[in-house]
Design a protein around this ligand. Structure first.
Ligand SMILES: C[S@@+](CC[C@H](N)C(=O)[O-])C[C@H]1O[C@@H](n2cnc3c(N)ncnc32)[C@H](O)[C@@H]1O
Length: 282
């Protein structure tokens, strides 16, 4: 009879993770083995993962847009599909030229030439989206905000490389008033799961991410409507708000954008199953 593998050997960990339902058990075992410092932590990490905690919370980081984003327990795990929102934002920012060029085209007096693009990441969670956009664009003035103190603590570490600042509070309320009318790119991956669909989410999300990070009211669009309604006050002329929705919610999100006076457009990626509503201040 073949001997059963030691619970701390790679094959023992793979067997344990596979039994717990982890589809990529081999890859996850390798990540856990390389992350455990000291090795004595390994057993506890495997236990946490086998009990259903998201791999990213166990490792303490998530990969997003090629960056390693630090992640604390309970903080929303950045989703692969949101890389599409970052790509769209980067493309828009590049297309618009430098802020100085745009200011010259728009014509407001007194704006310093060569100023950095102003990026705000609202409902920032770990700060992954803002950090990734800053890495893609180079020099930006980055601000982020979230209502959850744990998310704010986590985001502060992730936006530090870009010199970003993170504020705690409800949507726009904690942002410095001086940002009004100056934001070139406003990222907002808000909670958008309809209330009665939260129960259908995988247990990893339901049990390890806060309800406030997931649920967006009856049709999932309550937070998005609030963000959209106030966005024109914060966007610079020609600046854009980018929000993620489901494909089904996009028409109602577009209506909300149109009501706010911004010009809506929808972009989607079949590959990433991602839909982004882009709202531009004319
Ligand atoms: C879907 S998660 C997205 C997090 C991050 N943007 C990402 O994509 O990884 C939504 C985030 O919105 C935050 N949030 C929910 N309601 C909020 C509010 N009223 N004001 C500020 N942040 C809020 C939650 O704490 C959570 O971090």
């Amino acid at each position: 009879m073949p001997a059963s593998p030691s619970p701390f050997s790679r094959s023992g960990i793979v067997t344990r993770l596979r039994a717990a339902g982890c589809v990529f058990a081999e890859d996850e075992a390798d990540l856990l083995i390389s992350a455990a410092r000291p090795q004595a932590e390994l057993a506890a990490m495997v236990d946490r993962r086998a009990a259903g905690e998201p791999l990213e919370h166990v490792l303490g980081w998530a990969e997003f847009c090629g960056l390693r984003i630090e992640l604390d327990p309970g903080v929303f795990v950045p989703r692969r599909r949101s890389e599409f929102l970052v790509d769209q934002a980067a493309a828009l920012a590049r297309q618009a030229g430098s802020p100085a060029e745009r200011d010259a085209a728009v014509g407001p007096a007194g704006l310093a030439h060569g100023r950095r693009r102003v990026v705000v990441d609202l409902c920032c969670g770990s700060g992954a989206l803002g950090a990734a956009l800053a890495a893609a664009l180079g020099q930006v003035e980055l601000h982020a905000a979230d209502i959850d103190p744990a998310a704010v603590r986590c985001a502060r570490r992730n936006v530090a490389a870009a010199g970003g600042r993170v504020y705690e509070g409800d949507l726009y309320a904690p942002l410095p008033a001086g940002l009004r009318g100056r934001v070139d790119i406003l990222l907002a991956n808000v909670p958008y799961v309809p209330a009665d669909e939260v129960a259908l989410l995988p247990a990893e999300a339901r049990e390890h991410e806060s309800r406030a990070a997931l649920e967006g009211g009856a049709d999932g669009l309550d937070v998005l409507r609030r963000v959209t309604a106030e966005a024109p006050l914060w966007l610079a002329p020609g600046g854009s708000l980018l929000v993620e929705t489901s494909e089904r919610q996009a028409p109602r999100a577009v209506e909300a954008v149109a009501r706010s006076g911004l010009v809506p457009r929808v972009a989607s990626s079949e590959e990433l199953n991602a839909t982004v509503v882009i709202a531009t201040r004319a």
